[in-house]
Design a protein. Sequence first.
Length: 395
Amino acid sequence: MSKHLIAMILAGLVTLIATASAFGSKFSVVGRIQSEYSHINIEGYSSQSTVNDPTFFSSWGFRVFEDLGGGFQAMAMIDFGFNTNGATQGSREIFVGINNDKIGTLKIGRTHSPFADFAGGWTIDPFVYTTLQAAGSGGTMIASANGLGAGAYSAVNSVVRFTSTEFHGFSFAVLLMPGDAEKLEAHLGGALGGDGFNIGETGGEDGEWDVQVAAKYNLDFQAHKFQVFGGYSRDNVSTFQKRVTTANLKTEEVGRIGGVWSYNDFQLQGQYESVSDAIGAATCSDAAALGSIKEIKTRQCNSAMNPGGDGDVWYVGGQYKLGNATLVAQGGMTHAKRTAFANKRDAKSFTVGALYHLSKRTNLFGGYQRVNVIDRNTTVDRDRNTWTVGLRHLF
């Protein structure tokens, strides 16, 4: 990038900030950068190593707030993802909304789902956005995008989301997405929407709305802190999937329960999900695999159900703060039941590692993950071993 172009960008940002301030808006540039050295060994293939940001944690964007009076604020967010090899992941959250500290926040546009950032999901996984994250290795399904779940960075198009403020420890979130919006649907591929070749479609038909609701309750008792949460996700059968009459596809439904207990520097967290008629968010995707599913030498979809099938996912973990370090041990399991098209598949994982906080904005992380796969659909169970060490900075 030329010095002249950089100067133009900086000048534009300064002008934008000054203009926003003049009109009473608070404007800020936000972002984060991460890179990690990861070594992945999948049974039957040569080991693969890379220095990159495979989860696309890195991003930059803009936040805008305007005081409307009476306790209300207008807000907007634009966020774009990239990795340290120069690839771009595209848009994350892009929304406009209204916030009131006593009521809650209403967002309209493209946002993360409650299963991702509100009740469970990445809120209970200290290794989220790294190659050690529980999503993809038997645990914490996220169901973020329109039929393209289990990707920590993904967001949902064309939605209205309301997140309440906390009332006496209780809060809730609701996300609604209109159906029959094929131009907005995720492209998973395959007749059942799960092969990952980016040619299929998912989402509702005939105006049916996809929905995700979640609630949680927080309680402090002396030095103990408790949180319980639950949620429900519904992904309607799309027009495309309806044409697969031999599969008799139905609406995908996911139920979630979980909790967190912390005492001083120690914390335990866990989550369980039951999946019925997986067609979109619960099937395999590039986002779930942390890369193209076709690159089987480095990627697996261990948290996925068989397309059109049922199953369950559980995850449990513990962490202990020791000075600036956080020690982590966690594990999970996915059980994908048999369908008319595929045999059952199980994936069990355990992960150990640590994060070291150099400051409030910068930390080191690293660890090891072992995934044991029992797949009745193949002749070889391709178990996986992953080692990683990385550095991230928020700005």
